[in-house]
Design a protein around this ligand. Structure first.
Ligand code: CA2
Length: 150
């Protein structure tokens, strides 16, 4: 069975617990369960990881490389949180590992503070989904599946 990694960055463990007006009331555990369910529907094994540490996120991207190279992994659905706007290390990891990444943001970052308008990840991403709430993760999973079928 093919696999997809759903990767979440800093503070996304607070999803559904704080700032529901910005990010909704769905918790990270809910999001992960929805992603696993969507994977089952599509015949894909979805694994999920959240980390508040940049280096762990870099290593998770590196870890997906082997599966992508041998065809068992379709890629990564990645919400890097605030590291989106700061991390050259994550840009380099995505480029270096040659892993297809769908960048996801729950909120419409372009309708928010200007410091959220720039993403270091977008130039390295296979695609970007912004502002569609937690549905963005499910759309990202579907995008990786459809992309692999081309
Ligand atoms: O909209 C998104 O998905 C973001 O990636 C979320 C990040 C933010 O820094 C990006 O600019 C956009 C923040 C994730 C933190 O999530 C929280 C959830 C509840 C309470 C506090 C933070």
């Amino acid at each position: 069975m093919k696999s997809i990694l759903v990767l979440n960055g800093p503070n996304l463990n607070l999803l559904g617990i704080r700032e529901p007006e910005q990010y909704g009331s769905t918790t990270l555990a809910d999001v992960e369960a929805l992603c696993i369910e969507e994977g089952k529907r599509l015949g894909i094994e979805v694994s999920c990881l959240q980390s508040n540490h940049e280096g762990e996120l870099v290593e998770a991207i590196h870890g997906a490389r082997e599966g992508v190279l041998n065809g068992s992994c379709l890629g990564v659905v990645f919400n890097a949180g605030a590291y989106t706007h700061t991390s050259i290390a994550l840009h380099d990891a995505i480029k270096g590992a040659e892993v297809p990444v769908i960048e996801v943001h729950i909120s419409n970052v372009h309708a928010r503070e200007s410091f959220r308008h720039h993403s270091y990840l977008s130039p390295a991403a296979a695609g970007i989904i912004v502002g569609l709430g937690v549905d963005g993760y499910l759309l990202g999973i579907n995008a990786l599946v459809r992309r692999a079928g081309k």
